[in-house]
Design a protein around this ligand. Structure first.
Ligand code: PEP
Length: 277
């Protein structure tokens, strides 16, 4: 029996594959009106935005108007024929119905024609003492009603100053979202909003935003999977303006913005949407 020794030359190519391969995530610009606008002012603002968008916007970003509850029904009629414009609420109660004077349920929001609900805005956390445990319940009720939660997280200035921002945001995400199933978490939109940048005119730098968005994605990937983490849109919020939107939105893990003050000015809001053109 002859024994042959084959000499095999192998070429090994090592290709650097990034841990998270960017996927086609939804690009989103959501305007949080907070406690602003009468009925007439709201109608006017939306018709100006719609008009400017029709004339000027080339991209397919989802644009979400998030007014006070009283506007939802009117604006839903106003936006009826538009398929990239959506409507959201700024909050909802965790229970389905009952004796909760002054509150509004997710079912009621849905019946107005809205599709999204902000959960855990820092103003709700601060002025209405909303805890992570409560926010977890609110996320559940929003999902049960086939609405999309826009879950807000973000550190206060004190945390940023001592470099504990990732610990704080990681805990907010884990506490309010990690009870969700894979199918449920995949339906979330997350908004990173550093508290020190909201309504203050101070914006996180594009690098700070990217760093935290990548961290949030990593945190979700560890619990669920890279695929799920890569599919979730993560928005940045905190003094976004036409002047800084392009740089912030062009970061690889930033999929759009949650806009407060600038969403009340049609020209500024549309210029922010234009950052995706
Ligand atoms: C907000 O309300 O979520 C927000 C980001 O506000 P502003 O853009 O005014 O900082």
């Amino acid at each position: 029996m002859e024994v042959y020794t084959a000499s095999i030359t192998m070429t090994i190519c090592i290709i650097a594959v990034p841990k998270h391969v960017p996927k086609m995530r939804k690009q989103i610009v959501a305007g949080n009106w907070k406690m602003n606008c009468t009925i007439d002012e709201g109608k006017r603002l939306v018709s100006e935005v719609v008009q400017l968008m029709q004339n000027e916007i080339q991209n397919n970003a989802e644009v979400i108007f998030i007014p006070p509850y009283i506007h939802l029904t009117n604006l839903s009629e106003q936006l009826l024929t538009n398929d990239t414009l959506y409507l959201g609420a700024q909050n909802c109660h965790q229970n389905k119905s009952g004796a909760y004077t002054g509150e509004v349920s997710a079912t009621m929001i849905k019946s107005c024609g809205a599709t999204h609900v902000i959960i855990g805005h820092s103003e709700r956390r601060e002025y209405f003492s909303e805890s992570d445990a409560l926010l977890a319940e609110k996320v559940n009720t929003v999902l049960e009603n086939d609405l999309t939660p826009i879950f807000c997280c973000g550190e206060r200035l004190e945390s940023r100053e001592v470099n504990t921002q990732e610990a704080v945001v990681g805990e907010q995400v884990r506490n309010a979202l990690f009870h969700l199933s894979t199918e449920e978490i995949a339906k979330m939109v997350i908004a990173y909003e550093p508290v020190w940048a909201i309504g203050t005119g101070k914006t996180a730098s594009a690098e700070q935003a990217q760093e935290m968005h990548a961290f949030i994605r990593e945190t979700i990937a560890e619990k669920y999977s890279n695929e799920i983490a890569d599919s979730i849109s993560i928005l940045y919020g905190g003094s976004v303006k036409p002047e800084n939107a392009t740089e912030i939105f062009s970061q690889p893990d930033v999929d759009g913005g949650l806009i407060g003050g600038a969403s009340l000015k049609s020209r500024d809001f549309v210029d922010i949407v234009k950052a995706f053109d």
